[in-house]
Design a protein around this ligand. Sequence first.
Ligand SMILES: Nc1ncnc2c1ncn2[C@@H]1O[C@H](COP(=O)(O)OP(=O)(O)OP(=O)(O)O)[C@@H](O)[C@H]1O
Ligand SMILES: [Mg+2]
Length: 565
Amino acid sequence: MTQPIDPTPQAHVLVVDDDEIMRSAANESLVEAGFQVSEAENGLEALKSLEEVRPDIILLDVLMPEMDGYATAEAIRQLAGFEMVPILIMTALDDLDSINRAYEAGATDFVTKPLNWVILVQRIRYMIRAVQTMNAQKRLQIELQQAQKLEAVATLAGGVAHDFNNLLQAILGSAELLRMDRLKDAPGIGELEDIIAAVERGGKLVRQLLTYSRKIRSEKRTIRLNYQVKQVHQLLQRTLPKMIDIELRLADDLHHVNADAVQMEQVLMNLAVNAKDAMPEGGKLVIETANVDRWEKHEGPPPQLVRREGVQLSIADTGKGMSSDTREHIFEPFFSTKAPGKGTGLGLSMVHGIVRNHDGQITCRSTPGEGTNFEIYLPAVEGLPQEAKRSVKKVRLEGHETLLLVDDDDVIRRAGQKRLEKAGYKVFAVSNGEEALEIFGTRAGEIDLVLLDLIMPGIGGLKCLQTMLKIAPRLKFVIISGHIEDELDLPNITSKPPTCLRKPFAHDRLLTAIREVLDDDAPPAPDHEPGPEPTAKATRITKFPNRLAERPLQFIRPNQRRKNS
Ligand SMILES: Nc1ncnc2c1ncn2[C@@H]1O[C@H](COP(=O)(O)OP(=O)(O)OP(=O)(O)O)[C@@H](O)[C@H]1O
Ligand SMILES: [Mg+2]
């Protein structure tokens, strides 16, 4: 025998009938079956009560004074939020015309009196379930479309940011050189400072875009999020207005997650600042961590649901909340409802990029006038927290070694060469891999370090480097990269993680990176060590692991061209 479905937990039925006996019969049967029931004597009363009752289904009589069932059904369908609520017309009329009128008016189904309540209760359950399934599918569809849209925007933003980085690097390099050549009070020095400051701001914007499009590497290690929450909490206590009450609710036994500690703090700060902005009159900000389990689809064979442990971070405020229209767009870059100049609209897109980069999920619930709650889910990992390595070694900037600088961008190359020569280095500067190999062929013994861009026309940086390493396996080098995707192309070229400098970088960062590599006499490490604790500075000098499996070196075909940057 087929089992009846469980009653929908406390589904709410609105019974609209002018006949009191009929209403109480319905009430009795439905309450007994586990439903919550509200009653209305006529159509007008029903319409008035809809907002408050929010029924899951409406049972509607046809012949009623003031407003009959057809007109009531039509009116309900016009109300926002009630387009999909099932309406079951119940009437003594059973002629074809009445049936058609009911459906035309927007009814979902039609039953004729006298009613069999045992059957009707089952029918109501299945109708509610069907609508809930349809709504869930619709929601999933909307979420999917939203995710696809964000993905497309991220790709676009990432591409723009990449090219923009090159321009910023060229401007920064030249401006820094001009500033070096001038005395402190020389004419134009103020304007140069302004240019450099503007480029630095531009660099920050580009980095936010790159974070959104997940083109910034996360320096992940095993952490317990409570520590980052406490750090941010301390900062918020000092910086948020006193009329905002901050409450922490931290789980004692919180699972570990594999996450970038700095990025987690960025996430918390962005959400907290948004919450502050939503509570100009004050209110409450609650930051909470908890262990959660999730059921995830595991693609077979056989396909099954597996339970996955995770961590949930919630940030809730009692601020002004947002409309569903606003909520739909909040993760899009440059979407902001703040006054011009008050917000770039990049905060939440960055948060979204970071969470996705951690295999996590972020959801937002918000009610206008009541507040907003962001929930972030991150998968848990086994293991003990790893200490962050902080090295604050002071590095000198100048040197007398010989460098080979390979970059196809004329401005970046010229500015770089000048600055390096000013720092005392001897520099060979070339614009592509082929020329670099030509010089290297005759002067390999002389060159102490190669500085090279990865994306160049011709054989490109990677093949050029591989060939040089064949000739001189202990060659020191620093890679200049536009963004993370350039770096991901790097095969296992050395046993030690290469040093990478991401554009746009100030010349001091370049000089520091060069010195660090030149002065590092340690033998190549067999395994990758955790990278340095990332800083919030303009550019990260990143050591990245040789991720890809070992590949044999490839011989160069001079005509083979890599993609142009
Ligand atoms: N806690 C919140 N309460 C109400 N609205 C919010 C909240 N958080 C975000 N929003 C809405 O989402 C929009 C986008 O937020 P996002 O952080 O991306 O940009 P922003 O805060 O406007 O600018 P930025 O963060 O770049 O300074 C906000 O302008 C605001 O309308
Ligand atoms: Mg913001």
